[in-house]
Design a protein around this ligand. Structure first.
Ligand SMILES: [Cu+2]
Length: 153
């Protein structure tokens, strides 16, 4: 009889001890502080971008002077070769002159300036059709004030 009691006592003690210890659940703290925004990237220097590459080259402008000196009247230079798309600017240096085309390639409307009565007056024409152009100064054509422009493609 005593043995049985002891066994029961011991069993009861063991059972009591097996009562689970309170388990603390692991911290589920997963909140991550927000990462700071990325610093703005500094502007990168672009060594290949030059002013020349940003602005396309303009077609050249050729200047022809209109001159009266020592009772002679002439275009300077009297003959000029340019490329299609180029512009010619006639500038009155002295005397009274104009620019009047007398021969142009087929399909081109002949150009004609006003009469230049003072120095500094100008006339411009852009040549968009290749070919040979001849022009005169109307007041001085009989005196040989003529000019020629060859426009190459
Ligand atoms: Cu003239």
């Amino acid at each position: 009889m005593r043995v049985i009691l002891v066994v029961l006592l011991v069993g009861g003690l063991l059972y009591g001890c097996s009562g689970g210890a309170p388990s603390t659940p692991p911290s589920e703290e997963t909140a991550v502080p927000p990462s700071p925004p990325p610093a703005p990237a500094p502007p990168e220097p672009s060594p290949t971008a030059t002013a020349e590459s940003l602005t396309p080259a303009k077609p050249p402008v050729h200047v022809i002077k209109m001159v009266t000196v020592n009772e002679k009247n002439f275009f300077d230079p009297p003959e000029l070769t340019i490329k299609v798309g180029d512009t010619v600017r006639w500038v009155n240096e002295s005397g009274v002159h104009d620019v009047s085309a007398i021969k142009v390639p087929e399909g081109v409307t002949p150009f004609k300036s006003e009469l230049f009565t003072a120095p500094g007056m100008t006339f411009e024409y852009t040549f968009t059709v290749p070919g040979e152009y001849e022009y005169v100064c109307t007041p001085h054509e009989v005196l040989g004030m003529v000019g020629k422009i060859i426009v190459t493609p």
